[in-house]
Design a protein around this ligand. Sequence first.
Ligand code: ARG
Ligand code: ASP
Length: 716
Amino acid sequence: MKKYILILIITSSIIAKADEGIWMPQLIDALNFKDMKKNGFKLSAQQIYSINKASMKDAVAIFGGGCTAEVISNKGLILTNHHCGFSSIAAISSIEKDYLKNGYFAMNEKEEIYCKGLNVTFIKGIEDVTIKVNKNIKSNFSEKQKDSTIQINCKLLEEIAESGNHYEAFIRPFFYGNEYYLFITEVFKDIRLVGAPPESIGKFGGETDNWVWPRHNADFSMFRIYSNKDNKPAEYNADNLPYKPLYSFPISLKGAENGDFTMVYGFPGKTQEYLTSYAVDLLMNQQDPIRVKLRETRLNIMEVDMKKNDTIRLMYTNRYAGVANGYKKWTGEMIGLKKSDAINKKKAFESKFLNLILNDPNKKEKYTNLLKQFEKIYSDYAPLSKQYDYFSECLWGIDGFRMANSFTNVFNELKKKQAGKENKFNSLLNDIKPILPFKNFNKETDKKLCIALLNIFIKDIEPTLRPLYLDSLINVYKGNITELCDFLYNNSSFVDNSKAALMFQDFEKKSILYEHDPIYLLASSIFQHYQKTIIPKINYYDRQINELQKEYMQGLKETIKDKTFYPDANGTLRVAYGKVSDYEGKDGVKFLHYTTIDGLIEKNKTGKEDFYVKERLIELYNKKDFGQYADKSGKLRTAFIGSNHTTGGNSGSPVLNAKGELIGTNFDRNWEGTMSDIMYNKDFCRNISLDIRFTLWVLDKYAGAGYLLNEMKLKK
Ligand code: ARG
Ligand code: ASP
């Protein structure tokens, strides 16, 4: 009996728990399935992932560069976030046809709009290739030799996987290179916009609401995958047909309540759950604060100019959103990490690890020094990391500098041309032609950014660590940054659109002049300084840290037996599961697990610009015609939160109920919960999902595109 109980304890303790974890779908059966069942999941592991039969994985795709989308009809209709479709929608918009501002809904397939350059990628198979990747590595190899052998092996394996078929393959390291997996993918290239709400609905709440719960935006857009007559990927062709998918998600109109099982299936980008206390210390107390401070400076300057002038506002909205997204995320991350006492928790975990290895002579020898090595390496790394951040977030936060430096290759190719060598000058110049004169760039705003950022730079970075040419200019101007910037911005062609417009015409003739342009000279010397001095060192330390993390990871897996380890997110297919779950935001404040359209209207009444909506939405609200999309009490729910472990890249991911039916689309996290990239805390890390019923209501009642519902499998 005793033995039986012991076995029970052991087996149940190595099963993963709901909430924390981003799991590899092909290992669900072995690692998570029991726990998923316990938490209410009703299907089989093979229905999540199978390589022999159609399964959910066949309906989950990488959307564009960094988001997820899901198939919701057997005619290749896919659903993702508005912010994921944003750049594709922007690219097909014009002043006359402003699909961002007004929204767009095709009323039939003919009206769907091809989005050039947009890809949708499905995973056909996943294979553990760890042994093959490590083939031919000898114990006496240097790190360089190891790296190059791994690279050669990976390339070969990818080539083999791609030969004789139309698939594309890539290999990614897991657990810091303790394991490698090969992914076979099918990439579709004819993707067309089906519909997107206006920004005032899709991005309702703007920067004010970003990373915050409660939420009320319908952050969705819909596209359709087209394939050739054989249902295979093909370049755009008007004759292509809607793709017939292997699987598409049924949609539930029943919603979900606190405590209900939920699962998120998608492509999370990057997490770092196994950092040591030294790394978390660096992140919380140096990296995040520096990045936040520098971004805040940029945002404040942009904001003042954007408020003053509508043209500038339009020029900078996108950039502002990008800068603000990181700024706000890192601010929340610091709050969350402090609130969870992250460094001490990591320290306690490290002590537990050290104590466990002490009892095992083999492990003792292998791992005792590991944490000391981390401590040393991070103390060496910290000053370099600071330098790098002041390059990327401060000097490279000045758009004029980045733009000017992007001409370096053009100058290099021109020199080859002048020397009679083979060159790409003409094609490079042609590539650059469309960006001249610079769009979305205001000289005065950029000059203000330059003054503010250089002032911070000279205050925070001592002279010996500054790029030489920059430092000499600072000395010439006796530290008066405003005068220095007057000189730069008055005499540069790269930041002056009337001068830049001429540049294309006489570039070759006047190249010497342009090469001696003050901003070009300064920017290229800054870039070279960091390329030569800081970046190689950063790469060296990153490599060393990765090696240590690899050992540490191995040590943890061998030693901590009461935890199932999941690999950090790396842009590959994962499953997270948890529950619809309210939470306590701060002492005395409890957040409900869902929002309704009433809250949208309340926010709108504040009159704040971010909460503007078109009259049509208010009229529809007043009619209260929520039809089949209303919850039991007749309200229209807009969003809900859950304890699923998600990160950037999970945007657009399907949120599924226990029966594998689509109940929402993942799009964000709560502010203090963004720390889940470093340390998941089940008490207050929440993923935010758009309620599918709000999506369908907008589609049907607002946009009048209810015909699309006919191709969906609705579960009422
Ligand atoms: N916070 C969301 C996710 O990273 C992005 C939302 C985009 N919307 C915005 N208002 N910036 O990345
Ligand atoms: N908004 C993120 C994305 O775009 C999701 C997140 O970070 O929670 O992927």
